[in-house]
Write a protein that binds this ligand. Sequence first.
Ligand SMILES: *[C@@H]1O[C@H](CO)[C@@H](O)[C@H](O)[C@H]1NC(C)=O
Ligand SMILES: *[C@@H]1O[C@H](CO)[C@@H](O)[C@H](O)[C@H]1NC(C)=O
Ligand SMILES: *[C@@H]1O[C@H](CO)[C@@H](O)[C@H](O)[C@H]1NC(C)=O
Length: 311
Amino acid sequence: MIRRSICVLLLLQIVVNCGIANGGALKVNLIVEPPAVRKGQHATLRCLYDLGSAPLYSIKFYRGLREFYRYSPSEEPANKIFAFPGINVDKSQSNASQVVIRNVGFGLSGNFSCEVTADAPYFSTATAAVQLQVVEYPEKRPYLWADQDRYEPGDVLRANCSSPPSRPRTELKFTLNNIVIQPTDVQNIFTPEGLYATRISLKLQLQSSHFRNHHMGYGQLSNSISVNGGLVLRCTAQIGNLYQEYSEIELGVPQRDPIPARVTSSGATRLGLHSLRSTNFTPHTSDLVVAATVASLISTFVQHFIHHSSR
Ligand SMILES: *[C@@H]1O[C@H](CO)[C@@H](O)[C@H](O)[C@H]1NC(C)=O
Ligand SMILES: *[C@@H]1O[C@H](CO)[C@@H](O)[C@H](O)[C@H]1NC(C)=O
Ligand SMILES: *[C@@H]1O[C@H](CO)[C@@H](O)[C@H](O)[C@H]1NC(C)=O
């Protein structure tokens, strides 16, 4: 949208320049670095222009409709700063093409533009605009909490997740073995510092389907492993495409004393992924448990599946 309106402006300008002044087309582009500026940091607005052979008459920077910085080589001094609440121009770093604003606050988010005017004889003028966004990221990854250490099908999982304050708001999302689970409740709190804290909570009766392992994708392998169902709860915090962090906890089924009947018949369905690695899984594993490294166990594991799927 912004780019389109810049293009429209440029087109209009070209028409105006060619039609009235018959001067060269003046091209202007404004970029902000970084596009999302953290509160308290500095932003650089770079106005890129091509005057062709014409000298520069002036370059003006605006926030909304108000000019806050001007550079005109013919004046003394060449650069002027116009007081604007919240805009602290770093004069030493600002010149005929860029302006540096120090210690930005949230109030500065919005439309910035630069207007370039060529000197005589044409005095052609062109403008470009850009949106500046002032942000604050959560200072830590999300906090994730569940009411038990381990769950099994039929249990009710109660969990919550909260993100430290940010701006704009952090979106939080639960996933259980990579499947998105809608939260039962969402809370947003506006802090006195002008930030948003978010908290989501969950109350979910677990089905055996939740224990399927979706990390390995679909198909035979994931179905085979599903019976050993670990449960991984993850909370992802995201701000658009600017920020993403997650926390996760592993909530396998309860550890049980080894009951021989269960271990041999249905043991696989009762074991979390952690215990799987150190439990009888192939006929020879009891020896391996003593001697083998985790690496060799994993390869046994893989061979087991290959063996099974080739049947
Ligand atoms: C303005 O300053 C920047 C950074 O020092 C520099 O890269 C740029 O060339 C300067 N522009 C002009 C027109 O002097
Ligand atoms: C930004 O400001 C420029 C210059 O004042 C104006 O032409 C443009 O329409 C504004 N854009 C938005 C999105 O407000
Ligand atoms: C989750 O809820 C419990 C109980 O209300 C509370 O003690 C805990 O601080 C909360 N944790 C998070 C991460 O919101």
